[in-house]
Design a protein around this ligand. Sequence first.
Ligand SMILES: [Zn+2]
Length: 72
Amino acid sequence: MTARKMPAPKCPTCKRDVLPRQENPSFPFCSTRCRAVDLGKWLGEEYRVADRTPDEDEDGLMPPDGSSGELH
Ligand SMILES: [Zn+2]
């Protein structure tokens, strides 16, 4: 008997496993982001939605003038 389950589908964008349609509003993509990426690809944007998180406060931590360097 070949009553095996279908293998999990892979996201066309990032090739990860995709949740079944019932649990995944973005099916057949793994996430809304991947769906947007694929859509953007078709619109000629070629992966403009980069897979990086915005690091906003990386530069906001240091004081503008390194006044903390004058230890006594
Ligand atoms: Zn994906």
